[in-house]
Design a protein around this ligand. Structure first.
Ligand SMILES: Nc1ncnc2c1ncn2[C@@H]1O[C@H](COP(=O)(O)OP(=O)(O)OP(=O)(O)O)[C@@H](O)[C@H]1O
Ligand SMILES: [Mg+2]
Length: 339
């Protein structure tokens, strides 16, 4: 490898973008940019742009360049990646941008055209050697599963835009299912619930906070979180107001969406070849992605499938960890990397 080449692994997610460089997560940022409408220049990215969400005036708009796990706004996403790469501390010191060897993970349901677009985007930010890896594969590697074994493993990655369900064996995805029910839909469920049950109008950031503080998918939690107070606008009077919310209400609000994820998992299981199904009976299901942190999800899925369900360690970073491992062992993982 040349003196001026650096290696980075990117998980370009609908909700969060993470980058690994030299074995460390050096970027962990919301996938959001804020743009000046008058000249289309980016004025903030990541956390800073996220704070502006819902609070912008007519000259500023916030954009989430990814939607449903794929790039919806190429210009904004490329500028975001560019700025995030330039923000990596050890690269910032350089006089000129080094050429990059990159592994980027992509949703398994992505089309050829979308794949090429991601690659071209990466090449324009100085990617000289660009590999792509399917998200569930990266998640499996990040969880620590030996994906090359002739043994089936089921991964369920619940991100911001999509839930990806995959059975992996012999370095390949044997069957997979992608549904557009994930964190963003959960947040909308919460917004709608607050509207209809409490006459309270809350924004995206507040819904996100509710999801993290009292988010749950079963009512009978062993370790129930404390109730939280939520502020927003009263739909009837128009005045600011507050309501007290518990996890029981959120479990109700999310129920329909969780059922759709359960159904998709059941469908994937029913399409799994019998020898692999036998493996999964023993190995169970692994959960990754931010959605895996919803309280009681492992229990609920276990009840529905009669299988053991495990939450991976640090589920928000499983995919980028796996992408990083593939980057470090490019030869070993050649078969799962897409050139
Ligand atoms: N503690 C938590 N409880 C519930 N949901 C959470 C929690 N923490 C984060 N999330 C949600 O997880 C989602 C982000 O997960 P993740 O970073 O895995 O998604 P992503 O990889 O960006 O999206 P995708 O894989 O769909 O492109 C967000 O919707 C966020 O609200
Ligand atoms: Mg993801």
């Amino acid at each position: 490898m040349g003196l001026f080449t650096e290696e980075i692994a990117i998980d370009l997610g609908t909700a969060n973008t993470l980058i690994i460089h030299n074995d460390k997560v050096v970027v962990n940022s919301p996938s959001i940019v804020a743009m000046d409408r008058t000249n289309n220049k980016i004025i903030a990215i990541g956390e800073e742009a996220s704070m502006m969400q819902g609070k912008t005036h007519e000259n500023i708009r916030t954009i989430r360049p990814l939607k449903d796990g794929v790039i919806a706004d190429f210009n904004a996403s490329e500028q975001m990646i560019n700025k995030l790469i330039k923000s990596i501390p050890s690269l910032k010191k350089r006089f000129f941008t080094p050429s990059l060897r990159m592994v980027i993970c992509i949703p398994s349901g992505i089309t050829e055209v979308e794949m090429r677009a991601v690659k071209e985007s990466a090449e324009r930010v100085n990617g000289k050697e660009v590999y792509l890896i399917h998200e569930p594969m990266a998640a499996a590697i990040g969880i620590g599963i030996d994906i090359m074994q002739p043994k089936g493993n089921m991964i369920v990655d619940i991100g911001g835009g999509t839930t990806e369900i995959a059975v992996i064996a012999l370095s390949g995805i044997v069957c997979d299912k992608s549904v557009k029910i994930a964190g963003d839909v959960f947040s909308n469920d919460i917004i709608n619930y607050m509207r209809s049950k409490h006459n309270l109008y809350v924004g995206d950031r507040t819904a996100e906070k509710i999801k993290i503080l009292v988010g749950a998918v079963i009512e009978d939690l062993e370790d129930a979180p404390e109730e939280m107070s939520v502020q927003g606008r009263d739909l009837l009077t128009g005045k600011p107001k507050q309501a007290i919310i518990s996890h029981v209400e959120i479990a109700k609000a999310l129920d329909k969406s969780v059922i759709r994820i359960e159904d998709a998992i059941m469908e994937a299981l029913s399409q799994t070849p019998p020898e692999l199904a036998a493996d999964i009976y023993n190995t169970g299901i692994y959960l990754a992605g931010g959605g895996a942190l919803l309280r009681g999800l492992d229990k609920r899925l276990s009840r529905r499938t009669d299988l053991p369900v495990y939450i991976s360690e640090d589920p928000l970073q499983a995919v980028v960890r796996g992408t990083g491992i593939a980057l470090k062992n490019i030869d070993r993982f050649k078969t799962v990397l897409i050139k």
